[in-house]
Design a protein around this ligand. Structure first.
Ligand code: GTP
Ligand code: MG
Length: 194
């Protein structure tokens, strides 16, 4: 698989002109969006990650096999930056979803160790409003003991009204095969719709 970094957009005019299907990683700050992109691409350091929340501040576009973009969003709910910057990101993300007609799938990342937070629920409501196809992925599953895995998966699924949840880890790679399968299906579906 071939991966290319295409753009890092701080403002709308930096979004790529190219119109190909886009698969977006969304979720709270520090949940592991950028790490999962690196794992899915199998390229260490492709997307920058950090143990401090608020690492990704622009919208980053990575093109896979010249056919679709994986898009890394800044995290939601990072409070330590000043309010002005938070509003900037919010506006940028809102405009992203408004302007890009080619979003094939939103991968909503949540932390597998805790119940979904208010922010996770707010993101869900918004995605439902936008009618964006969505996949819930509970990450950092390497931190869960074997017996806890199934229980957490069920609890998170229940919190999202019974939607399926994929348990994943950017460290061990579990769940990535399933994620790829959904990504490919959604990309192909949006290409045949064109
Ligand atoms: P923002 O860019 O701030 O929105 O964060 P992000 O969602 O992109 O998170 P990032 O990928 O930067 O990861 C945050 C921290 O979690 C880093 O310290 C990662 O090493 C760690 N991390 C991410 N994924 C996993 C995982 O699957 N398992 C474990 N154990 N740690 C992870
Ligand atoms: Mg990030």
């Amino acid at each position: 698989m071939q991966v290319e970094f295409v753009a890092s957009a701080f403002v709308e005019r930096d979004f790529p002109r190219e119109s190909i299907p886009e698969v977006v990683l969304a979720g709270r700050s520090n949940v592991g969006k950028s790490s999962l992109i690196n794992r899915l691409a199998n390229v260490k350091g492709l997307a920058r990650t950090s143990s401090t929340p608020g690492k990704t501040r622009s919208i980053n576009f990575y093109r896979f096999d010249r056919t679709f973009f994986l898009v890394d969003l800044p995290g939601f709910g990072y409070a330590r930056v000043d309010r002005g910057a938070t509003n900037e990101w919010k506006r940028l993300i809102e405009n992203y979803f408004r302007d890009r007609s080619s979003v094939s799938l939103v991968i909503h990342l949540v932390d597998s160790r805790i119940p979904p937070t208010k922010l996770d629920m707010a993101l869900t409501d918004w995605m439902e409003f936008l009618e964006a196809p969505r996949l819930i992925v509970a990450t950092k599953a390497d931190k869960l003991s074997g017996s806890k895995k199934a229980a957490q998966q069920r609890a998170i699924s229940n919190a999202f009204g019974g939607k399926p949840v994929i348990l994943a880890s950017a460290v061990t790679g579990i769940g990535c095969k399933e994620i790829w399968k959904r990504v490919v299906e959604c990309v192909q579906a949006s290409m045949t719709r064109k």
